[in-house]
Design a binder for this molecule. Structure first.
Ligand SMILES: [Zn+2]
Length: 294
C-alpha cells in the first residue's frame, strides 16, 4: 500500500511529508494519455499535491493549477487529506526540445501563474492563493507559494523518472517545511544537512523508501513519524448527480437548447475521461424543475 509518510522534529519546528507516488502517477498518466513531457509535469504536480494535502485536515483538498503559456497549457493536480488524487493537463502530447539531454518541464510550462486552491466540505468558497511561476519546474514553484503565502521556507523536491520508452519508472517526493518561530540553530542544522543531500532522482532510481528520501535531507536531525494511514489512490469524485447539477447550473435557456437539439447530452469528465449520458427524459425533468421555480 502506498501512503504518505508524515514526520515532525522533536521541537515541532520542522514538519515533513514524503511519498513514493509511482502507482497514482502511472494511473493518472494512463487515463490522461500523456506523452513524456506531460507525464513529468503532471507527475510532479500530483506528487506535490499529495504531500501538501497530507498536512491539511480531514476531507480538505488542495488543488494546484499551473497556468503557463508554454505548449503544455494548464496543468492541474489535486489531492485530499485522505490521499485521493486526480489531475489533467491541457495538451497531453505537447513536446519541447530536450535541454542538456533532459525533458525540459520549465519550457513546457512556460511563464505564468500558480493558483493553489484549498477547499473543505461545507465551505462555500475555496481559499485561493496565487503566485507567479518562478522556475516552472513545479517543485520550486510550490516552495515559492509556501514562502510567499504562508511565510514557510521549505524544501520541495519532486521527481518522476521515466523508462527509455517514456513510461513512469518511479515517482516520489519530499516536502520539508520550517514552521514559524524556528530558532537559528534549527534553521542552520536543516540548511547544513540539505546542503549535503544527494539528488532526489538518484535516490528514486535506487528504489529508496519514503523514510530514506526524508533522511537524505534531514540527516542527523531526529524526525518522528506520525500515523497517516490513508492509501494514496487515483480516484475521481465525479458522479451522475454532479453532472446533473452542473447541467442545471447552465440555466434554463441552455438546457432548453440541449432539449431542442433532440439528442441525449453527453458530458465527459476532464479528470477521469468517464462519459456520462443524460437522457432526454432526464433533461426534460431538469427543464420542468426550472418552471417550478418561477
Ligand atoms: Zn471523473
Amino acid at each position: 500500500m502506498q501512503r504518505v509518510f508524515r514526520f515532525y522534529s522533536d521541537d515541532l519546528f520542522i514538519r515533513a511529508t514524503s511519498v513514493i507516488s509511482t502507482p497514482v502517477v502511472k494511473a493518472m498518466c494512463e487515463v490522461q494519455n500523456t506523452g513524456p513531457l506531460a507525464t513529468m509535469a503532471l507527475g510532479r504536480a500530483v506528487t506535490g499535491a499529495v504531500l501538501m494535502a497530507a498536512q491539511l485536515r480531514d476531507h480538505q483538498v488542495v488543488g494546484l493549477h499551473f497556468r503557463g503559456n508554454g505548449p503544455l497549457g494548464s496543468v492541474y493536480a489535486e489531492a485530499s487529506y485522505e490521499g485521493e488524487c486526480r489531475g489533467w493537463v491541457d495538451q497531453p502530447d505537447a513536446q519541447v526540445p530536450l535541454k542538456d539531454g533532459r525533458i525540459d518541464v520549465a519550457a513546457g510550462l512556460g511563464i505564468g501563474l500558480l493558483n493553489v486552491i484549498r477547499s473543505q466540505p461545507f465551505e462555500k468558497a475555496p481559499h485561493i492563493g496565487t503566485v507567479e511561476l518562478i522556475s516552472s519546474e513545479i517543485g520550486d514553484d510550490i516552495a515559492y507559494y509556501l514562502q510567499q503565502s504562508h511565510q514557510i521556507p521549505s524544501v520541495t523536491a519532486l521527481g518522476v523518472i521515466l523508462t527509455p520508452n517514456g513510461d513512469v519508472q518511479v515517482a516520489g517526493g519530499v516536502l520539508i517545511e520550517l514552521m514559524p518561530g524556528a530558532t537559528e540553530a534549527v534553521i542552520s542544522a536543516l540548511e547544513e544537512s540539505v546542503a549535503s543531500a544527494k539528488s532526489l532522482s538518484s535516490l528514486l532510481s535506487e528504489g529508496r523508501s519514503p523514510e530514506e528520501l526524508l533522511k537524505n535531507y534531514t540527516g542527523p536531525i531526529k524526525m518522528n513519524q506520525v500515523e497517516h494511514p490513508f492509501e494514496i489512490k487515483y480516484s475521481c469524485r465525479c458522479s451522475i448527480d454532479r453532472v446533473e447539477r452542473s447541467i442545471t447550473m447552465l440555466g434554463r435557456d441552455e438546457v432548453q437548447k440541449i432539449v431542442d437539439d433532440g439528442v441525449d447530452a453527453k458530458v465527459r469528465c476532464e479528470f477521469c475521461g468517464r462519459t456520462y449520458v443524460l437522457e432526454m427524459t432526464k433533461l426534460l425533468e431538469i427543464l420542468a424543475g426550472f418552471s417550478q421555480m418561477n
